[in-house]
Design a protein around this ligand. Sequence first.
Ligand code: HEC
Ligand code: HEC
Length: 394
Amino acid sequence: MKYLSRVGYLLLLLIVLGMGGKHSTSPMWTLQEYTTLQSLTLANLPTASDSSNRFAQHPQALELGKQLFFDPRFSRNGSVSCATCHQPDKTFSDGKPLAIGLSGGKRNTPSLLGVAHNDWFFWDGRKDSLWSQALAPLENPAEHGLTRLEIVRLLLEDPRYQQQYHALLPNAPHLDFLQHLPIAASPLGNLEQLKAWKSIPSAQRVQIDEIFANTGKFIAAYVSSLSLAPNRLDVLNTSQPPLTSNEIAGAKLFIGKAQCILCHSGALLSNQTFQNIGTGKLGTDSGRAAVLDTIRTDPFNCQGTHSDADPHSCTELQFLTRNRHAVVGAFKVPSLRNTARTAPYFHDGRMATLEHVVDYYTQASQAVANANDLPRIQLNDTEKQQLIAFLKML
Ligand code: HEC
Ligand code: HEC
């Protein structure tokens, strides 16, 4: 056994260093580089799970959620659906600098492929689950612009949805429960909608919230099914075409001199932290710092009454920092998978191309008043091209 494993190790070394191959003039990777690159592959991605959503793996919930995702009736003007901004042929993004729903938004639309693997949702991570996230755009005046009660009505008054809803939740309240309620009402609405909400007896408000939360859970079941396709790094050393020499050089820079891997690590190329890279704006968008309280008081968070999780299992929430100062101007480190197809870049879509992004990194890290979390790096033009070639391969 001992002998065999030693032979195996030697063989691995030969493959890694490229000596076993045809082009054996120069070794391709050091063992350390190879190990680091392996840590960026999908093989290291655990299956996504969300104990706060009991419908997360439910096929019928996924089916219903998919219909809701594409249904523009769930909007004030009948023409905005989740898919308006998260378009299937654009990696579930929209190609615009800033999202446009009922009106213009302030943030860039992220891709939804593989999104279920994130710890936090939105650029500032103000939501701790996919289902809770899905509730936000529905009530956002700039996106779908509906009130909570209108959403519940749409779901229960549509015969097809109603039937699916009751198949999933046989004991759910029936339509007649809506009869004596106002048309529109929400705790997050305008003054009139808020008054209407307060006029509803609290037991019924809880029921409305429950149906609303379930709507988010169905949509989340669909969104979490949007998975990542393997790239050429994921299938390194098999029959797939290998990396080009530019991509190899870029990979070495990414995990070496350019230090991108400090934040863009793991199978998603994101360490799931919030970092200040100098893109936030004090006063207008201070990123993570602005939402720490919102997360704790969110009635739809992991520890809230509508969550299916054991409150003790909500570790992300339990260990949420209280140090606002440390996260001023910090945004979530985004996944770099499919990054060539998700332009424009950064939370506000300010960068049109990957070339601009890489230029930004070399400049921002050199800035005299360097008040951000970036390491100092220097790259010449060839190196920038190589790094970009690697990014495009992801
Ligand atoms: C008007 C365009 C628009 C619509 C409509 C919209 N989104 Fe989004 N979505 C965005 C933008 C912009 C962000 C980032 C917002 C932020 O960070 O503040 C986002 C973020 C997300 C995220 C978090 C991604 C991440 O990586 O953190 C998910 C998941 C998501 N949307 C799903 C949905 C679902 C489900 C719907 C429908 C219920 C929906 N979106 C409707 C534009 C939109
Ligand atoms: C200190 C942590 C950190 C380091 C180091 C870092 N990044 Fe980032 N990266 C981020 C954060 C945070 C964002 C989001 C910033 C924002 O939206 O304002 C980001 C965004 C990006 C984006 C845009 C993705 C999108 O979908 O908008 C790309 C591309 C990128 N980084 C590539 C790189 C490369 C290449 C390097 C190495 C030269 C690197 N990053 C180094 C934290 C980091």
